[in-house]
Design a binder for this molecule. Sequence first.
Ligand code: AHR
Length: 316
Amino acid sequence: SPLSSKVQETPAEDDNLIVVGVAQVGSESVWRSAHTQSIQDAFTRANGYMLIFDNARQKQANQIKAIRSFISQQVDYIVLSPIEESGWDTVLQEAKDAGIPVILIDRKVSVDDDSLYASWVGSDFVREGQDAGYWLEDYMKKQGREDDEVNIVVLKGTKGASATIGRTRGFNEVAKVQRNWNILQQVDGEFTTAKGKEEMARLLDQYEDIDVVVSQNDDMTFGALEAIREAGKTAGVNGDITVISFDAVDAGVELVRNGEINIDVQCNPDQGKYVEQIIQDMEAGKEIEKAYYVPERVYTQENVGEEENVTEGISG
Ligand code: AHR
């Protein structure tokens, strides 16, 4: 039939392409767009790949569906950035049974059997949260305000996501040993500008005396800054409210430079090339590590022009 002859005509080099199915979280943030770009840059035809990319629009059910479709298409590798940590045992077992290695990127999964994935590449989210906490401790000291009461609100990211869990844990670890830090509320901001603004406006309405906002990504911070302005308050260096943000996308770093954000803890989105390297290593039969951390740094007004201050390199 015309169809089968067409299949036979497929250029021979296509047979050599490594087929990679990528199950991405969504396009909830500026960071996520940069992350997607880094994946698309790594898995090009010129590099020897056929990329099948799925955007789950922040729904785990869509990611599970995408993985099942990758399995039925018999891809060579599955790359998963899991929206949340739980709920992966069944579908990852299906991938394992089909003999398809799964590499996690960005966020992690919480599964009973670690052999359900080959490796993970991403950020040390707990360390990011600690960095934010230690910075605040130091900032208060430098101003001779270490004995002042500090009223803090936290805009958290997507529920159950590694980035949310890690940043919350890391910051809270530092906060709990500070006698005069009061975490007034930790609310869900879903990593989006709209929700960040809405929640911050509500918090400003509820509390007269917020000293610090810890916003777990730049998009929520952009929204929070709008809410602060609309409430007639000022943010950042010399402002009414100290602003701690995460991601350090270009627009975030720009706000550090102009002083509206005090500190932006980087979450490095450039992860595609590391996953590509893992796949090359697996193809070559080399040993791979279970976890690789991407290099990251923090941005403050003091260091924003400098290239150093990278906090951690790739390991493994
Ligand atoms: O998992 C990484 C987080 O996800 C980023 O901080 C956030 O911007 C994104 O949506």
